[in-house]
Design a protein around this ligand. Structure first.
Ligand SMILES: Nc1ncnc2c1ncn2[C@@H]1O[C@H](COP(=O)(O)OP(=O)(O)OP(=O)(O)O)[C@@H](O)[C@H]1O
Ligand SMILES: [Mg+2]
Length: 274
């Protein structure tokens, strides 16, 4: 578990890690986000896990109890906060503050999600893909755009799939994209496109993560990618331990299952000073 010494040590390093996790539906984005959150927290890093998926699966994957999960109110439903920051009420329109100061959002609306981990749940916004100019979208994209100012050594953003959702805001706030795929044809096709998009958006480090990988799965995927799109590749094995402990990943880490060890290697690659 995280130690006080570890936390002091990590803050001496002073390195901020901002990671967006993307990929086709069902490839293991949320599982990876939760495993990474606990991995970083266990070496003393403070972690902010941001659930950007309207389905809101991250809380139970992090190991929150059913009653804690039920009590979560996503930011998109915090109408008073949205009105306070944006100056307009959801559903009614009006003049909007497009660059609100959201520095207080984690203190006010995040939930404890394990030792060293806070969880911020964004919730759903209608027509987010088209970049609608509604107050909820304006607030959430402002938060993502300024991710480097959010508290936490590590910020991990779990996404529904694709980068369309808050695309430009994510590109401004996050410096590492983990593009997750399995070895399926469709997973790889989406991953190729997402690597290209992340690269074009200007996210400096794009890592391809082959999840649920059989032996040599990574080579299989790499051969599909045009050169220069990906800075790093890593694979996480198909691990029955994950399925056995669903929905929470906590026991996967406690038991040092193969996927947990692979995620440890990924965490070290993301943040060499950990
Ligand atoms: N390495 C792995 N080995 C075995 N099973 C895995 C692995 N990673 C994830 N899974 C399983 O795959 C399923 C999908 O995982 P997860 O919900 O994390 O995917 P997702 O990409 O977040 O899906 P969605 O797009 O619906 O949000 C889950 O049942 C999860 O337990
Ligand atoms: Mg998910």
């Amino acid at each position: 578990m995280a130690t006080r010494e570890g936390r002091v040590h990590s803050s001496c390093i002073g390195e901020k890690v901002r990671v967006v996790i993307t990929g086709k539906g069902g490839v293991g984005k949320t599982t990876l986000a939760a495993l990474l959150a606990h991995r970083f927290a266990r070496v003393g890093r403070t972690v902010l896990a941001v659930d950007g998926d309207p389905q809101q699966n991250l809380a139970c994957t992090l190991g929150l109890s059913a009653s804690d999960v039920q009590s979560i109110v996503p930011l998109s439903e915090r109408k008073e906060y949205i009105a306070e920051k944006i100056g307009a009420v959801p559903g009614r329109g009006g003049f909007m503050v497009l660059n609100p100061d959201t520095a207080d959002v984690v203190d006010r609306f995040s939930y404890p999600a394990g030792d060293g981990i806070r969880l911020l749940v964004l919730g759903g916004v209608k027509n987010a893909g088209s970049g609608c100019l509604c107050p909820e979208y304006t607030l959430l994209s402002a938060i993502l755009r300024s991710a480097k100012y959010l508290p936490g050594d590590v910020v991990l953003l779990d996404t529904p799939a694709g980068l369309e959702h808050f695309g430009r805001a994510v590109a401004q706030g996050f410096s590492i994209a983990l593009v997750v795929t399995d070895t399926s044809f469709n997973g790889r096709a989406v991953a190729r496109e997402l690597c290209r998009l992340a690269h074009e958006c200007g996210i400096p480090l794009v890592t391809l993560v082959t999840n649920k990988a059989p032996v040599n799965g990574r080579d299989f995927v790499r051969n599909d990618l045009p050169p220069g799109l990906v800075s790093r590749e890593i694979e996480i094995p198909d691990d029955p331990c994950i399925r056995a402990h669903e929905p929470s990943v906590v026991s996967v880490l406690d038991e040092e299952c193969p996927a947990a060890r692979a995620v440890g290697r990924l965490a070290r690659a993301i943040s060499p000073g950990w």
